[in-house]
Write a protein of this length. Structure first.
Length: 182
């Protein structure tokens, strides 16, 4: 029995819908790969423990910004701006406070601007490498150790390293469950 015109149309539309859903689902990992390859959006998750650089006499300004997805969390850099010598190891701290009555599991996501300069920033130790667990009322100073590669093109005089602090998906589920149980 041959399919009617309407049945074929419905089948085709179903296939198109499934393909659109699959494409949308694949966009996030594709975007991550694209950002890693091009350095756009300041994504640079490379750990460089074994990387060494020779210091140069050139300095640039590093700016630090801290953002949070929840206004009640207190998240701030130790300093908002510092002059760094290219190739020289630097350390600063970001502070986070959990003023809530719940334990939190947080993840910091970095962004480097200008994006094309991201490949020259090498983070040796960063709180963004792993999730941070905070008890109710706990305050933590989180270290960031980094250097800027002396090969940074001369056109870059300022780099901005911005972190956004997110609640992990597991933490969000626990918070929803806790809120519903109250």
């Amino acid at each position: 029995m041959p399919l009617s015109k309407h049945s074929r149309l419905v089948a085709r539309l179903g296939l198109v819908s499934a393909a659109m859903f699959a494409f949308g689902f694949a966009l996030v990992p594709l975007y991550e790969v694209f950002c890693d390859v091009t350095g756009l959006n300041g994504k640079n998750y490379q750990r460089t423990e074994s990387l060494t650089a020779t210091a140069s006499t050139r300095q640039i300004t590093m700016q630090f910004i801290a953002n949070s997805t929840h206004p009640e969390w207190r998240f701030a850099p130790e300093t908002t701006e510092v002059k760094v010598q290219l190739g020289e190891m630097n350390q600063t701290f970001f502070s986070v406070t959990n003023p809530t009555e719940q334990s939190l599991t947080l993840q910091a996501v970095p962004s480097i601007s200008p994006g094309l300069a991201a490949q020259y920033l090498h983070k040796i130790e960063c709180f963004c490498f792993q999730q941070q667990h905070l008890a109710p009322g706990q305050q933590v100073d989180m270290p960031l150790r980094f250097f800027v590669d002396p090969a940074l093109p001369d056109k870059y005089r300022t780099m901005t390293l911005s972190y956004t602090l997110y609640s992990t998906p597991v933490q969000a589920q626990l918070n929803r469950r806790y809120t519903h149980e109250r």
